[in-house]
Design a protein around this ligand. Sequence first.
Ligand SMILES: *Cc1c(COP(=O)(O)O)cnc(C)c1O
Length: 229
Amino acid sequence: MDRRDILRRNLDRVIWNIERARVSVSEHHIVKIVAISKYSDESSIEELYRLGQRAFGENQVQQLEKRVDALDELPIEWHMVGTLQRNKINKLIRLRPSLIHSVDSLRLAKAISGRLDEHGGKISILLQINSTGEKTKSGVSIEEATDIYREISDKFKNLNLKGVMTIGATSRDRLLIQRGFEKTYRVYEELRRDGASICSMGMSGDYELAIKCGSNMVRIGSDIFKMGE
Ligand SMILES: *Cc1c(COP(=O)(O)O)cnc(C)c1O
């Protein structure tokens, strides 16, 4: 199989798995795939675009910039999913990503909003929640999430706050991973009254579980881009 066939096979498998998980929740539950291209190259992104994939994400501003530039003739929807350093905010705003998943504090929201005042326009963001309490993960705690969400939404009118994001527990214990997703979903449910419409959770190792817990946006890297079995 050449690279194109492998990418097609990977994407088909992922779509099929999502379909199964999605329908087990509800026929009406729609899930969006963001293909995380950080392990791959621009020609693979282009290949996937040809296969119908439209949303792609990166976890580093530098890499995102490189790709946005290289693929600027394609109307790709770019997402930023990784931890954002404050000195990269201006660069990121200039790239006009369609969604920043990783706003992990009130302070970061304030900084983005301040810079955006100078650039003009609005930007869509998600509030990242650390649903597992792991020290290695960023995000606001489950307990503070709703208050911080409402505060960002009240204070920073140039931020279009669209929902929440979490990263599943780094563990082989499926129940532990599930609990983090369930907690995040409960916060999301509560915030739907405040206009939240996106619950971004699930990566290659846990997206089916995340969907069963209510996720409507999955960020999948290795399962889509891997070249082996
Ligand atoms: C890399 C990354 C992903 C995708 O990870 P895979 O396990 O390769 O699917 C999703 N979300 C974030 C924040 C990432 O950094």
